[in-house]
Ligand binder design. Structure first.
Ligand code: GLY
Length: 347
């Protein structure tokens, strides 16, 4: 039986349905349908009124892609009563969500995530976006989906790197919100990615991550406070991702970002050095990188962090862990401390 969780966001409530074959529920939603599909993901059998296939990759997460989705909808004469369906990973979900937020000033959309990263994080919560050459996710809108349909069977088609990349967001959720989840990830060990159990372990962690994310979104949909903790590892990580021209994928960059943020938090005495080590070991257990490759200059990474959209008048704003299962937002940290943390987490 599928499991149904609820996300009661202030601007709209919706179900997150997890189970085998649940993507088929798209057909119960009224309206004509535009399928927006990641070019790497075969259509499992979604019959829509039109389809647009996106070129996969973060470098194609552009406003031009959003425009092409909207133009396709216009060519099909879709109206405000119609529906977009996102089938793919985080990039597809973010672009489809953004297009649905602005097409005719807003139409409904459904998320059918096919990567672990999108299942445990990006598909829930209504953050939609495209990148600019100046930075990641700099344009977008908060626009909640009408439904999130998660079929863990899609995970069987993922590459090893995509699976481990998704585990980075799972570790993030555990570090900031749930020490029991962290303990269970440690117990699962390396087999979680080397001998993945798609019938029990993965549906379990997807359920827990979606529950936790929905709770955060319900209490702070527009990121006025608490929701910022979901960006743990992302300010450091986005700098790595951007500097690498997206050759280091999002999850791997977030893993490096979490190790750097954890190292900084230990330097600042915000959490214990032993917890920083536990976090690093868990990331390594899932075959994730924890250090910045040698050619990257730490001063350049810091410069990219200065353009992060979460910054405020007192400078770079960071999410730092307090203990496993709890994190907070901090600003006004001297940049020399950040450079020192980068240097400690550098090849
Ligand atoms: N991925 C961070 C958030 O949804 O707030």
């Amino acid at each position: 039986m599928p499991e149904i969780l609820h996300c009661n966001a202030a601007s709209g409530a919706y179900d997150i349905t997890i189970g085998k074959g649940v993507w088929e529920k798209f057909s119960s939603f009224p309206g004509r349908k535009l399928l927006v599909r990641d070019g790497n993901v075969p259509n499992p059998g979604i019959e829509a009124d039109g389809e647009i296939v996106l070129t996969p990759g973060e470098q194609y997460k552009t406003f031009a892609a959003v425009e092409s989705i909207c133009r396709k909808a216009a060519q099909l004469h879709l109206t405000r009563k119609d529906l977009f369906i996102a089938l793919g990973g985080g990039v597809t979900g973010d672009l489809t969500g953004f297009a649905s937020a602005i097409y005719m000033r807003g139409v409904r959309f459904i998320q059918i995530p096919t990567t672990l990263l999108a299942m445990v994080d990006a598909s829930v919560g209504g953050k939609t976006a495209a990148d600019l050459p100046e930075g990641k996710n700099l344009i977008g809108a908060f626009h909640q989906p009408d439904a999130v349909l998660i079929d863990p069977a899609f995970l069987r088609t993922l590459s090893f790197a995509d699976l481990t990349g998704g585990m980075a967001e799972v570790v993030k959720t555990a570090v900031i919100l749930d020490s029991q989840l962290f303990d269970s990830l440690e117990s699962a060990g390396e087999d979680a990615v080397l001998a993945p159990d798609f019938d029990d372990f993965y549906p379990g962690i997807i359920r827990r991550c979606c529950q936790l994310k929905a709770q955060v979104v319900e209490s702070d949909e527009k990121e006025k406070g608490l929701r910022a903790i979901l960006n743990y590892g992302h300010t450091f990580g986005h700098a790595v991702e951007q500097k690498s021209n997206f050759t280091i994928p999002h999850g791997a960059a977030v893993a490096i970002g979490m190790n750097t943020a954890g190292t900084l938090a230990a330097e600042l005495g915000m959490w214990s050095a032993s917890e920083a080590v536990r976090q690093r070991k868990l990331l390594e257990l899932f075959h994730l990188p924890v250090t910045v490759p040698a050619p990257f200059e730490v001063a350049e990474l810091l410069e990219i962090m200065r353009t992060d959209k979460k910054n405020d008048a007192s400078g770079i704003r960071l999410v730092l862990p307090e203990k496993i299962g709890s994190a907070g937002t901090v600003s006004g940290i001297p940049e020399e401390m950040m450079l020192k943390a980068w240097e400690k987490c550098h090849d």
